[in-house]
Ligand binder design. Structure first.
Ligand code: UD1
Ligand code: CA
Length: 459
């Protein structure tokens, strides 16, 4: 039997107090909607329909052609939202998973269990539920004296007695597809919020004598529905624990897993060591044996085997084997460091390639440069790559020695084995094997200091 899926993502998310639609807020590096979509994909649905409305185009772009979309122009409630999918699904045989776009922690495995439970019990509707310590805000699962589910009641419609119920509706369900759309014809706006509630189909099925049931999640954390920024932070924390636990089981050392922030798509090899307050974002990849010390922040980069990154920031860059970086280095996009490079404190590099074993130990800016192997940059070297309008390139050969406080004015070529004198301003190409000196000669005025009032002789 075919599976179909409907993801509800049309709401504004008023309680988020945000310009961004709620389902586009990030949890561990991807939007809540993508988390939900990935879990849903575990079921391999024959069709996935996402209901969009508030800032529809923005939401559509996130899933692109992975999903079909239907518009819900006015957000009249979750039941109304599902009705929008009727044109795509109503005449199909099979079962349909309905899930809210704001429940990013529900796993694919739990959805599979829900579908299996639904099938083996031959239900018309099965609700994914959880036991909450504090159920406030969620729809509650009402059961009769035989423990059978009879209805779902929303927080705002719940009696005092019903508010005591701790079993909550996660907002995820499996339905017989055709019967779902039949039942939706009967829902009304007769409730505290004046909305068409999807949850009302449960009592409609029960009253018609259909078989309905609930599959309870083992872990309440999975069911978290994100309605405000407090819940968003909780979701982030739960996801962080999950991600970090996963990495630890795969052989990565964390000195403080509570305070290590790793996006969901980051790839880390065994025997990497991560100290506290390390942040790894986007599509970052860390190879085996690398050590990232406290405070290191890496975005969309590859860190090679055995590299040591000390308290530094790295963006969209590639760092080779056994490279050492930092403390306090900033590697900006398109930096490529080959094996054995050393980049020390207060060094900024952008759009540049440094060959094997090249060193820039202190206080240096390298921008738009191609640098050979075994080059040494003295402290305070600056590539002057920008004239206010255009950017220019610097090319440096192998075994070049750049003296401290050199100003290298691009476009510029410094050829193999050349040397620039400390304090030079270099604005013309330097041939191979030469020494370039571009600074004023020193003049000593003997005895002049004797005239100064600060001289010990004058006090
Ligand atoms: C809903 C459930 C509640 C459950 C909770 C779980 C209903 C009536 N209530 O409440 O029982 O405990 O989820 O998190 O279903 N949406 C639309 N169109 C709309 C309204 C909502 O697409 O017209 C989407 C929202 O974008 C969101 C999802 O549906 O992704 C859930 O809507 P939300 O308003 O957050 O429902 P809750 O009040 O949390
Ligand atoms: Ca919600």
């Amino acid at each position: 039997m075919n599976n179909y899926a409907i993801i509800l993502a049309a709401g504004k998310g008023t309680r988020m107090k945000s310009e961004l639609p709620k389902v586009l807020h990030n949890v561990s590096g991807i939007t809540m909607l993508e988390h939900v979509f990935r879990s849903v994909s575990a079921l391999k649905p024959a069709k996935t329909v996402t209901v969009i409305g508030h800032r529809a185009e923005m939401v559509r772009e996130v899933l692109g052609d992975q999903s079909e979309f239907v518009m819900q122009k006015e957000q009249l409630g979750t039941g109304h939202a599902v009705i929008m999918a009727e044109e795509k699904l109503a005449d199909l045989e099979g079962q349909t998973l309905v899930i809210a776009g704001d429940t990013p922690l529900i796993t694919g495995e739990s959805l599979q269990n829900l579908v299996d439970y639904h099938r083996s019990h031959k239900n018309v509707a099965t609700i994914l539920t959880a036991e909450a310590e504090n159920p406030y805000g969620y729809g509650r699962i009402v059961r009769n004296q035989n423990e059978e589910v009879t209805k779902i009641v929303e927080q705002k419609d719940a009696s005092d007695y019903e508010q005591q119920i701790k079993e909550i509706n996660t907002g995820t369900y499996v339905f017989d597809n055709k019967q779902l759309f039949e039942a939706l014809k009967k829902i009304t706006r007769n409730n505290a919020q004046g909305e068409y509630y999807l949850t009302d189909v449960i009592s409609i099925f029960k009253e018609a004598g259909e078989k309905i049931g609930a599959y309870k999640l083992f872990d309440f954390n999975e069911s978290l529905g994100v309605n405000d920024r407090l819940a968003l932070a909780t979701a982030e924390k739960v996801m962080r624990n999950r991600i970090n636990k996963d990495h630890m089981l795969k052989g990565i050392t964390f000195t403080d897993p509570e305070n290590t922030y790793i996006d969901i798509d980051v790839d880390i090899a065994p025997d990497v060591v991560l100290e506290a307050n390390v942040t790894l974002k986007g599509k970052t990849k860390i190879e085996t044996g690398a050590v990232l010390t406290n405070g290191t922040y890496i975005v969309d980069s590859v860190i090679g085997e055995g590299a040591v990154i000390t308290h530094s920031m790295i963006e969209s860059s590639q760092i080779g084997k056994n490279v050492t970086v930092g403390p306090f280095a900033h590697l900006r996009p398109k930096t490529v460091l080959h094996e054995g490079v050393h980049v020390g404190n207060f060094v900024e590099i952008k759009g540049s390639m440094l060959g094997e074993r090249t060193k820039a130990g202190h206080l240096t800016y390298i921008g738009d440069a191609t640098v050979g192997h075994d080059v040494n940059f003295g402290a305070g070297t600056i590539t002057v790559n920008y004239d206010g309008q255009n950017k220019f390139k610097t090319t440096i050969g192998d075994h070049v020695f750049v003296g401290s406080n050199s100003t290298l004015i691009a476009p510029l070529n410094i050829n193999n084995n050349a040397l620039t004198a400390a304090g030079s301003t270099i604005c013309e190409d330097v041939p191979a094997d030469s020494v370039a000196i571009g600074r004023a000669r020193q003049v000593n005025k003997e005895g002049y200091a004797l005239k100064k009032p600060h001289h010990p002789n004058n006090q």
